[in-house]
Design a protein around this ligand. Structure first.
Ligand code: SAH
Length: 340
């Protein structure tokens, strides 16, 4: 059965026309789904019984079941959802002073193979559909009875490797008649799939782009991230400059600091040189060591020195607060768990 949440408003209107219904009915349904967050077609009381029946026969509402919910000491919550085909995905809810931020997964598993990430070493299963991504947000809003204000595509998966579904999910989340999260409050994080960075720049969506850079020489970056063998740093930075020129948006560079690997003064100098003149921000992440991982967390002292060097040399850098580490919900700790 088709998932009704896979359609953006224009596509849903088209579906309704094909069902012999008026397009404005699609808007009513859109509102029920994304503003009222209903869990059944029966609750859509301004539709005729006939239409409700027709919708039930043709579409599912894709309502996730919570398999597990863990709450960290800092209030961060990690959800394990049953995506209704026997697979499970993780989503993390974080509370900041400016509101709730949701870290969503875009794929079941990941193909990128970054050496420091817990998603590596687990088989890639499939892409999530747009509706499945959007339901991560709706399921959390229902469960906690809250309104989420920011979404980051930093859970499991490489969003730009599931390009069409991720872009469509953003269009759905962004729609003013629905969830209505401003595109500027949505971030896509990528390990650096260069062709799709160019594509995204032409999409005319004002979302924030985060680049997982993590190193400033190809030798080091390739050791951490195999994707660098396909698209090296020079090509990546060129694509970022194009993105900034076309969108006028500031790029955020993620840099996970690993002890004696990429956290010394030489690396900081390299980073300043690489990013000089770009409208950007550097997010320093103390690396989270994964089981049997070869990378260890940098010392606090090194992290602060690294940050200060960047700030002193014209690159705005902050250290990301670690949330949810006691429930394995911090960066790079998410992994697909087997059911049962
Ligand atoms: N595939 C996308 C998004 C998922 S990862 C990407 O690569 O950007 C979200 C962020 O967490 C990325 O910057 C990623 O490099 C980082 N990350 C992954 N594992 C980590 C770990 N063990 N410690 C710190 N950051 C990690």
């Amino acid at each position: 059965m088709k998932n009704i949440k896979d359609y953006n408003i224009e596509e849903l209107k088209q579906e309704f026309v094909e069902l012999g219904e008026k397009p404005y009915r699609a808007e009513q349904v859109f509102k029920w789904i994304y503003q009222d967050n209903v869990t059944s077609f029966d609750e859509m009381t301004n539709l005729s019984l006939d239409l409700r029946e027709k919708l039930k026969q043709n579409y599912s509402l894709c309502i996730y079941k919570i398999l597990r919910k863990q709450v960290a000491s800092d209030g961060t919550m990690k959800y394990l959802f049953d995506v209704l085909d026997g697979n499970a995905i993780e989503t993390v809810l974080m509370k900041y002073h400016h509101g709730y931020s949701l870290c969503v997964s875009s794929q079941i598993g990941c193909k990128m193979g970054c050496k420091f990430c817990a998603s590596t070493g687990i088989a890639f299963i499939r892409n999530l559909t747009s509706g499945e991504i959007v339901e991560e947000l709706l399921a959390v809003q229902r469960d906690e009875n809250i309104k989420i204000s920011n979404v980051v595509f930093m859970g499991i998966g490489e969003p730009l490797d599931n390009y069409d579904n991720v872009v469509n999910a953003i269009r759905i989340m962004n729609n003013q008649k629905g969830i209505n999260i401003g595109a500027r409050h949505i971030s896509i994080s990528t390990s650096g799939l260069v062709p799709n960075i160019y594509k995204l720049a032409d999409e005319n969506i004002q979302c924030t782009l985060s680049i997982s850079l993590h190193a400033t020489t190809d030798e080091k970056r390739s050791k951490m991230m195999p994707v660098n063998n396909r698209y090296n740093i020079e090509e990546l930075i060129k694509a970022c400059k194009d993105y900034i020129n076309k969108t006028n948006r500031r790029i955020s560079f993620e840099y996970a600091l690993a002890k004696d690997n990429n956290d010394n003064l030489e690396d900081a100098k390299g980073l300043v040189k690489l990013l000089k003149g770009m409208i950007c921000h550097v997010n320093l992440i103390p690396i989270n060591k994964i089981e049997n991982g070869e990378f260890d967390k940098s010392s606090n002292e090194n992290i602060l020195k690294f940050r200060d060097y960047l700030n002193d040399h014209g690159i705005v850098a902050t250290v990301r607060r670690e949330l949810g580490s006691d429930i394995d919900a911090a960066c790079g700790q998410l992994r697909r768990k087997n059911l049962g």
